[in-house]
Write a protein that binds this ligand. Structure first.
Ligand code: SAM
Length: 298
């Protein structure tokens, strides 16, 4: 059994949650290296991926494979090792374990069995993207990956339409165009979205624009969606029944040329404002204006 000295960590036997770099190997922390060197086992998703990191830092600790398809079989074995006084670190292929990666059930079991869990801070693509996005960071929600199926994805986005907090999504190259098209259909063309790509790596890029423009920007050059990516989406800053003067101005312009319902449909498409709310507000404002004019005539 390896001893972890109190200067390195506070505890001998525990489950350590150890984040690893999302690209740049220099992002590993001293503490992460120290724990990975000294624990009895490292639970990994994929031995080949983790070996690259461990070889780079000359770490020779024994590995133990734990992923979502074998966890029901492997968790009891890890638990018995921890109960016997051994120490185990859990890592994922990259970033923070448990954040869209395995580890949650193991931590849940340890907590239930009063086995000490020590989470270390470290790299996470969601937080790195949020911090570089320029969007509000005081309140945010992490949504992970949207569902693959179109209908389910639309439903999820619909449920987020009025969410005022900054939204963070993970995505992949072969689905991002569908994601952006669905965001346009629910949030409107004008919702600000930041694409944070290849974070911490040589080709890192962070580009933000209203989602309609972001889609055209990508369509002009497909290399703009190479690699790994996070989408950070501005929250809906309009309260349920509140319409900004700009939106109302556009509504007035369109309604002067088109039937009101058609104008409301177009404004919904541009700004993601619900057309029935827009329609009712527009008619009530128009009625108030007519009443005001009549009072002035009297
Ligand atoms: N646990 C990881 C974390 O803490 O970020 C996330 C794992 S999840 C299975 C993988 C997704 O994270 C990728 O599809 C991508 O959306 C995002 N991601 C990981 N590394 C990234 C990077 N270097 N740049 C941008 N996004 C990244």
């Amino acid at each position: 059994m390896k001893k972890i000295s109190s200067s390195e960590t506070n505890c001998v036997s525990a489950l350590y949650i150890v984040p690893t770099p999302i690209g740049n190997l220099k992002d590993i922390t001293y503490r992460a290296l120290s724990v990975l060197r000294q624990v009895d086992y490292i639970a990994v998703e994929d031995t080949r991926r983790t070996r690259i990191l461990l070889n780079f830092f000359s770490i020779r600790t024994s590995l133990y494979v734990l992923h979502q398809y074998n966890e029901y079989k492997k968790i009891p074995i890890l638990i018995s090792k921890l109960q016997a006084g051994l120490s185990v670190a859990v890592v994922s292929d990259a970033g923070t374990p448990l954040i869209n990666d395995p580890g949650y059930r193991l931590v849940q079991c340890c907590q239930k069995l009063k086995i000490k869990v020590i989470p270390l801070p470290g790299p996470c693509a969601a937080i790195t993207a949020l911090c570089g996005s320029g969007l509000p960071t005081d309140r945010f929600c992490f949504e992970g990956f949207l569902p693959h199926k179109h209908r389910l994805r639309i439903n999820r986005l619909q449920a987020l339409l009025e969410e005022p907090r900054t939204l963070i999504f993970y995505d992949v190259k072969h689905r991002i165009m569908d994601t952006l098209k669905d965001m346009i259909s629910i949030f409107g063309l004008e919702r600000y979205v930041v694409l944070a790509r290849e974070l911490t790596k040589i080709w890192e890029s962070i580009y933000g624009a209203p989602v309609g423009q972001l889609l055209s920007w990508i369509q002009r050059d497909s290399s703009r969606i190479q690699g790994e990516m996070v989408l950070v989406v501005a929250g809906n800053c309009l309260k349920n029944h509140e319409l900004s003067p700009k939106i109302f101005h556009v509504m007035n312009l369109l309604a002067s040329e088109l039937p009101v319902k058609k104008a409301a449909t177009l404004v919904e498409y541009i700004y993601g404002v619900r057309k029935n709310i827009l329609y009712k507000k527009y008619l009530s404002k128009r009625l108030n204006k007519i009443v005001d004019q009549n009072i002035n005539i009297d």
